[in-house]
Design a protein around this ligand. Structure first.
Ligand code: XMP
Length: 525
């Protein structure tokens, strides 16, 4: 059993997923409006599910299929008989039309990207369209090939675009609304307003706040754990830190944290984690100082995948060894987030290629036969940050850039040695200090130095040097899936290079990595 859902105590909105690339954004926008919502694939939403979930409103997402194709996805008909407001987006609009008696045709002009919707004759500027068309037209983001050609009975047209005569439609009596464009993306500037109108009209009061979440999560953790003991793997990252502090508030000393220090952390990072949890929060903490073990196992290893697998395997062994010291713990806490839980609909089928073997504590629960405590399962990353603030975690911790499980090993292409790690740590600290000094930290998703496995010739003073080259990496990103390099000024780059070469012995050349992802990845290995 995992932690029971907190959602049960809140108003709930259901998002039926037809497989759009941007379905998660619908959920993001709604959570920003303090509305609790869940995404479920269309083929998992049957009558029993609808009765159990009892949504107060439903949104049908977009999707890649064509409603004109045989066996294309549909929403359960029951959904339209529950008396709750429904909003159909793109494919969701088309499914709604064919299911309610309208028509959709394929083969019209496809419309992708920016478009403008103008009000239809006799349109009303109220309901979910309140506040729209103030400037005469609305910029929206379209992505469709098919389009609605006949409205279902009861619907009227509110707005049209050149290629979508039924761009915005409504059946006010049943509170059914549908749009051909995507209100959830930033390129539809008034989309958020539409979604807000929709949830207000559906009676949502905005009862999903982090203060309420904190109290309920604490109550549920107590209920689940009873008198039991919990262990939690701390990485120093935001998710596991917030989970640990929350669980500690719930059950106090019966939580023990295990921090596996693999010797691949950044400068002073291990000390910061230990002092924050042990000294500041008084959370019982086992500091597993296992740098020698990891570095020993990495000796002579230069293949990135072998490095990752070696670290992942040792991590689990070490964690298990120290968890056993706690004695009698039957619960394992994990900082699993909602994006890890969402079961997205895949139309492509088949497992995707492994680019890198990501390392986290996944796989541990099965191995250890423990029950899971996952108090963040219902949250997105920025909600975790908000919860962290609610729990009083310092801003410096909450806003930290992500740091990968295998640590500096994957920022040191080639064999990892203590000497290289020492150089890398010091260069990285200078780069991050520069970013802070220039007030750029929060504008950057992630920044670090990679130490290159090449030595180059330089001249310092009157002497020849033959030292390592390094690469600076700094990217902007929304979710780490795609990324772009950060456009530092030449002055910033020049100043940083000078500081690194002057302050870090062992480096005599600095480069800036300007590869985006794709085709690059954020980390070098
Ligand atoms: P890449 O290099 O794949 O990284 O573009 C995307 C994001 O994931 C982080 N990353 C990891 N995080 N375990 C983690 O917890 C890992 O093994 C791992 N590898 C990469 C990376 O730092 C970036 O934020």
């Amino acid at each position: 059993m995992t932690t029971p859902p907190i959602a049960a105590a809140h108003q709930r909105l259901l998002i039926v997923d037809f497989g759009s690339q941007v379905t998660q954004l619908i959920a993001r926008r709604l959570r920003e409006l303090n509305v609790y919502c869940e995404i479920h694939p269309f083929n998992a939403v049957d009558e029993a599910f609808l009765d159990g979930f009892a949504p107060q409103a439903v949104i049908l997402s977009g999707g890649p299929a064509s409603v004109t194709a045989p066996d294309s996805p549909r929403a359960p008909q029951r959904l339209f008989e529950m008396g709750v407001p429904v909003l159909g987006i793109c494919y969701g609009q088309q499914a709604m039309m064919v299911q309610l008696g309208g028509a959709v045709e394929a083969g019209h002009h496809a419309e992708f990207g920016r478009a403008f919707v103008v009000p239809a004759e006799g349109h009303r500027n109220d309901g979910i369209f309140a506040g729209l068309f103030d400037g005469g037209r609305e910029q929206v983001w379209m992505s469709h090939g098919d389009r609605v050609t006949a409205l279902a009975p009861g619907f009227e047209v509110i707005g049209t675009s050149p290629n979508a005569p039924f761009a915005m439609i409504a059946d006010e009596a049943r509170r059914f609304y549908a749009v051909q464009f995507h209100p959830e993306v930033h390129h539809t500037p008034n989309g958020r307003r539409m979604l807000e109108n929709f949830v207000r009209l559906a009676g949502f009061t905005g009862d999903w706040t982090m203060a309420a979440y904190r109290d309920e999560a604490i109550r549920l953790i107590r209920e689940q754990v009873g008198d039991g003991k919990v262990i939690c793997g701390l990485s120093g990252g935001v998710d596991s830190s917030v989970a640990a502090v929350l669980i500690h508030e719930a059950i106090g000393e019966r939580l023990t944290c295990v921090f596996v220090d693999h010797g691949l952390m950044r400068l002073n990072e291990a000390d910061q984690v230990v002092s924050m949890f042990r000294d500041h929060y008084n959370i019982p903490l086992i500091h597993a100082d296992e740098g020698d073990l990891f570095l020993g196992a990495l000796t002579g290893v230069s293949d990135p995948e072998v490095k990752r697998k070696t670290i992942g395997r040792l991590f689990i062994d070490v964690f298990q060894k120290h968890a056993a010291e706690v004695g009698g713990a039957e619960f394992l806490a994990q900082g699993t987030l909602y994006p890890d839980v969402i079961e997205s609909v895949s139309f492509s089928g088949g497992p995707s290629v492994t680019i890198k073997s990501h390392h986290n504590v996944g796989g541990l629960p099965e191995k250890m036969g423990m029950k899971l405590v996952e108090p963040l399962r219902e949250l997105f990353k920025d909600e975790v940050r908000a919860l962290g603030r609610e729990l009083g975690l310092p801003e410096s911790f909450i806003g930290r850039h992500p740091f990968p499980g295998p640590g500096l090993a994957i920022r040191c292409p080639g064999e990892v040695t203590p000497e290289k790690l020492d150089i890398l740590r010091r260069a990285d600290a200078v780069f991050i200090d520069q970013i802070h000094r220039h007030g750029l930290y929060d504008a950057i998703w992630q920044a670090f130095v990679a130490l290159l496995p090449v030595r180059t010739v330089g001249v310092m003073g009157d002497s020849r040097t033959y030292d390592y080259a390094c690469a600076l990496r700094a990217v902007t990103s929304v979710d780490g899936m795609t990324a772009d390099y950060y456009p530092f000024t030449h002055e910033f780059l020049g100043e940083t290079a000078t500081r690194i070469i002057n302050e870090v012995r062992g480096i005599n050349r600095v480069t800036y990595d300007i590869t985006s992802k794709p085709p690059g990845t954020i980390e070098w290995e």
